[in-house]
Design a protein around this ligand. Sequence first.
Ligand code: 4AD
Length: 466
Amino acid sequence: GRRWTEIGSLDIELAGSTVLIRGAAQTIRPVSKKMVFLVVRHYVSTVQCVLVINKECVSPQMVKFATGLSKESIIDIEGVVSIPKDPIKGTTQQVEVQVTKLFCVNRAVPNLPINIEDAARSEMEFEKAEQTGEQLVRVGQDTRLNYRVLDMRTPANQATFRIQCHVENIFRRFLLSEGFVGIHTPKLVPGSSEGGAAVFKLDYKGQPACLAQSPQLYKQMAICGGFGRVFEVGSVFRAEDSYTHRHLCEFVGLDVEMEIKEHYFEVCDIVDRLFVAMFDYLNENCKKELDAINRQYPFEPLKYLRKTLRLTFLEGVKMLKEAGVEVDPFGDLNTEAEKKLGQLVREKYDTDFYILYRYPLAVRPFYTMLCYDDPAYSNSFDVFVRGEEIISGAQRIHLPELLTKRAEACGIDVKTISTYIDSFRYGAPPHGGFGVGLERVVMLFCALNNIRKTSLFPRDPQRLVP
Ligand code: 4AD
């Protein structure tokens, strides 16, 4: 057969050779009745293709046909790779293709609801256009999500979801190398695990049930079951009421649970090494993707230390107080206080990534271990990127009597979680773990301002479609 060439691998070394390529007709620019330029895109690569009438292979009908193609139609082109006289602007490939044959594989409708070039523009381009009086169309978030298959085609989006895939992959790879076992826990469950009303209720063959709010109780039961160290990558469901830039009703949870020998800092050590390895990997191996995101949504690279900074909750409270922000030393930090603390930490320690530990017990779920020296506080932590939470973790209570007491104190009907509590009666080691939101990691590593940009088909309180 024929040799297909990927658009991304068209380069000067191929000059003079005939290639066969497939892609989407991103732009169609006729310069005369005799000549038309096409920009053809595949994945994140684009190449300029030129049709000029000639006796051998390009007829006037062919030029007319090319001129009449609709944008985003899938086309096959056979042509000769050539080096243009002037460098080409606006394509990723520096060579062009002199077309000899053209086929339309599948025609797109003529009036697309989103123009990919508009969807790919940066805010800076819009501002410039406003000054020069040029008319450019901004594509709103809802339009993007309504027509996600079109929106996904922008270089920044193609890059975002490739980065997401790498984050998940590093998570697995790192934990496997540290002796963790990947598990899967049920998503159809009898009740809530993180407390609160934020569950999607459903009918399970006549029994009340809900979608799992987290794998929390089951990953702990796997520790009771003797696995020692486990992780899970899976869907997490939260019936969030609030419509914010960082909450979804369904997200991908990266969960970890492990035995602790002496101190819950062993869990923080895993967080520390895992995330330094992940950030290093992204910076070293995803330069093209990060550049693509940067071109549309410029951002400063994440600052992180070789050994992740750890501050106690009360140190955080003190820093905030000194900056004029009063917060309750026995309460939780609100979003604003977290953001402010992120700024203060950056100024003082030159890092965008840090661990805040020893939270007040009252603001943590019932299963959280209390501090041995002060039961108003807990052996727990949150991890922040650019002043926003990406992880929460803790040592768990492995003593059934204390667990029962804490569940009751938190208003939980212990009958509903009796199999979970019983798991700790058969010999259960001290343990702890953490949960990470995949979409938040990508959003905050790339300083994107909305979690909907890092979820392929986001589910929020107002969106179930597409
Ligand atoms: O803080 P959360 O609720 O903690 C737990 O689920 C615990 N079981 C974790 C543990 O092992 N202790 O959720 C963990 C992480 C958050 O830090 C955040 O990154 C993400 O999950 N997350 C959300 N992401 C998107 N939309 C939402 N509604 C989220 N809620 C939490």
